[in-house]
Design a protein. Sequence first.
Length: 258
Amino acid sequence: MTTAVVAGPARVAGNLFAFMLDVLVALFRRPFQLKEFLLQAWFIVKVTIVPTAFVSIPFGAVIALQVGGLIKQFGAQSFTGSAAVLAVVREAGPIACALLIAGAAGSAIAADFGARRIREELDAMMVLGIDPIQRLVVPRVLACMLVAVFLNGLVTVVGVAGGYVFNVILQDGTPGAYLASFTALAQLPDMYQGMVKALIFGFLAAIVASYKGMNAKGGPKGVGDAVNEAVVITFTLLFIVNFFISAIYIQLVPPKGM
């Protein structure tokens, strides 16, 4: 019983890793499906940009309110800007865009591939000598990565602006202190880290969604199960990867002094 419980997830992890390697190899094959890439990128933008904008405001506001209230107890309210903005740039921005990419775009990708699987379209492509990974998966993976970076920038800008407004209006903070503390402690690698996280998160979300969709079984019910599994696995994987990236970044990049 115990062996079966362990073997199932281990087998899925191994198959997922092998699928990821196949996608990485296919990234360098030609011809590149530019039209499919542009269509998928535009589709992902359409389904994620509005939710991202609405999610970004409370992200920045909540962080500013919580951090501002906590720091005020220590008499260091002037550092609210640096703490809130760094939290958005380093963590909240990449995670928010990753959750939206996985939840909206990832579920759509998994459903699309699942429908193609039960209609045997993927098998027909292979019979015709067309590699589904190169033709369908690679454009979606690259589109998710590109849009994830774009959404990360959107979340960062809107989140920082929302935190600024809430700190100045609701917590009686001063605009100058908010911006000065951020520029005193923030550094360019913080932005790079957020962009790298967004790239990796977009890549993982597309890989998991494509894998689960292309391996859907059992008709329409199987497609629904594949979508649910893709979202759950992606969320779990993203938080694990985020922890390791943050830990490595803290060890490699020293904090900026005052």
